[in-house]
Design a protein around this ligand. Sequence first.
Ligand code: BGC
Length: 332
Amino acid sequence: MKSDKIIYSVLLFAIVITGVTSFYYALKALQNNPSMEKAVSKESSGLHFVLIPQETDNDYWRLVEKGARKAEKEQHVTLEYNGPKKSSVSSHIEWIEKAIASKVDGIITQGLQDEAFRPVINKAIAKGIPVVTIDTDAPSSNRSAYVGTDNYQAGFLAGKALIKDTGGKANVGIITGSFDTRNMQLRVQGFKDALQQSSNVHILDIRESHITRIQAAEKTEQMIQKHPEIDAFFGTSALDCFGIVSSLQQRGRIDGTYIIAFDTLPETLDLIREGIVDATVEQTPYQMGYESVNLIKSITQGNKVSKIHHTDTSIIRKQNLEPIKVKKEIMP
Ligand code: BGC
């Protein structure tokens, strides 16, 4: 009998200890887990947005994400950054489908190909999910708004810069991120139109890099083999100039070749500082990310917003690198 009593007491003690410990750890987990914190935070709007870029594993898109994260905090919303690790239109569209199925409160994504993206964007809108296109617009869809560069204008600026810097005489090779995406098509079109102003600038070849530096290098190599007279390059997406530079360096042709790039990734700015890349078209990915979240929140609150929000674009050369530094400092 006495031994039964002892067993009961030990059991009771064990139950009490287990209960107290579980309660302690549950409380601790709640304090340490930011998403749970968000769920109980009084300030949280409860809104859940998703930002789906064409390639999550890309320095340009990380800058967009950074800007979006700043707005996420300020607006007390939850932002998910997800999408294809490497660019693929079909997988990109699947990610948008998934976001629709999980009933997010808003989708921020590119309208890379007007035709291919229109159905899925319209599907989201029909289900009451606002869609803000970013970086690349899909104007024929019912998207709620567009935030990003005026891509035609950006290409036009690049063409004008090339004419100015080469004295209006050049044989040009273009490396473009893709033949099929609207942002790249508009940049190339703007560039070509600007070149109409000069009769001595000729485009000899154009090839696609699929936004990878390796393919940009391969295509540059093929071009200079086929057209040794090429003395200027235009890279129309963020990583293209790295491929152009490495290929020209390998062939000992970096001196005397004019290069105009796209974007202001730190590596690109270093190449400009070193005098290897002559100019680049500045976009403002951080600003795009920031504005897109502010805008989509405003839309979910029923505010009327204008459809087009063009972000800043300009040409950066060695002599005007400093303002860029200043702009970077105001970024977190
Ligand atoms: C473009 C993005 C693209 C990136 C690729 C940028 O110039 O605006 O659409 O994803 O380059 O590196």
